[in-house]
Design a protein around this ligand. Structure first.
Ligand SMILES: Nc1nc2c(ncn2[C@@H]2O[C@H](COP(=O)(O)OP(=O)(O)OP(=O)(O)O)[C@@H](O)[C@H]2O)c(=O)[nH]1
Ligand SMILES: [Mg+2]
Length: 214
């Protein structure tokens, strides 16, 4: 699989769709991971620009479900959360709700909400648990924390063969699990690493799809 293109002409929902919703601050790697999962040709949604993507509504791409091999998997990218604005996550969650209502007459199966963050950031800005509460309210009826995947990106930038560098970033990852993400993990959220290649993208989406109610 190579990092890929996806046509964003009118999105056509289907009754048995399984949705995975990607959320996080601008630049955390939502488009990039989706491009890798979809595969084929050239990247479509991710680019090397430092300017946040200018879109205010979620956008979706249909692709093959890696476990069932049906074209039932729908990857939804939500607009980047602005961590400097307390209401930004709520606004983005509302845009997701509007998008879901517009496209699906009956509530669709949302397999997971994926919260992305860059492991290379040396300070955390956003409040993942607060951001995620708004999205959980939109997507799930069941208890908090279920069906949440916390994916750290940029692992390809880390030289895990260098013992010093390895210990710095693995310590950082542990800090995140013990503090920042602890509540979510206690409630059932899973954590994963993404290292910016096809295999890692495959493992990440399979890991995400292996849990969940539908
Ligand atoms: N090396 C590396 N680069 C990454 C990774 N994830 C994202 N990038 C790069 O970081 C930049 C931003 O990534 P995007 O995927 O566009 O970020 P986004 O979350 O979609 O941002 P918005 O659409 O603005 O909300 C792009 O240049 C990506 O190629 C990663 O895991 N490794
Ligand atoms: Mg994007």
């Amino acid at each position: 699989m190579t990092k890929g293109a996806h046509d964003q002409t009118e999105f056509a929902p289907k009754p048995n769709d399984k949705l995975v919703v990607f959320v996080g601050p601008s630049g955390c790697g939502k488009s990039n991971l989706i491009d890798w999962i979809v595969g084929d040709n050239e990247p479509k949604w991710s680019n090397n620009s430092i300017v946040p993507t200018a879109y205010t509504e979620p956008r979706a791409v249909r692709t093959i479900h890696p476990l069932t091999k049906e074209t039932s998997l729908v990857l939804v990218e939500t607009p980047g959360i602005d961590d400097s604005d307390d209401d930004s996550a709520n606004q983005v969650a509302r845009s997701l709700k509007t998008w879901l209502l517009k496209h699906y007459k009956k509530e669709p199966c949302v397999k997971a909400i994926v919260y992305l963050h860059r492991i290379t950031d040396n300070r955390l800005t956003g409040m993942a648990h607060q951001s995620l509460r708004a999205f959980r309210d939109v997507c799930f009826e069941q208890g908090p924390g279920q069906n949440i995947a916390l994916v750290s990106t940029m692992w390809d930038k880390i030289d895990l063969h260098d013992p010093k560098e390895k210990s710095v970033f693995e310590f950082r990852e542990e800090e995140l699990k013990k503090n920042y993400f602890a509540n979510l993990i206690n409630q059932g959220a899973v954590t994963m690493r993404f290292s910016n290649d096809a295999r890692s993208a495959h493992d990440t989406i399979v890991g995400i799809l292996s849990n969940g109610p539908c």
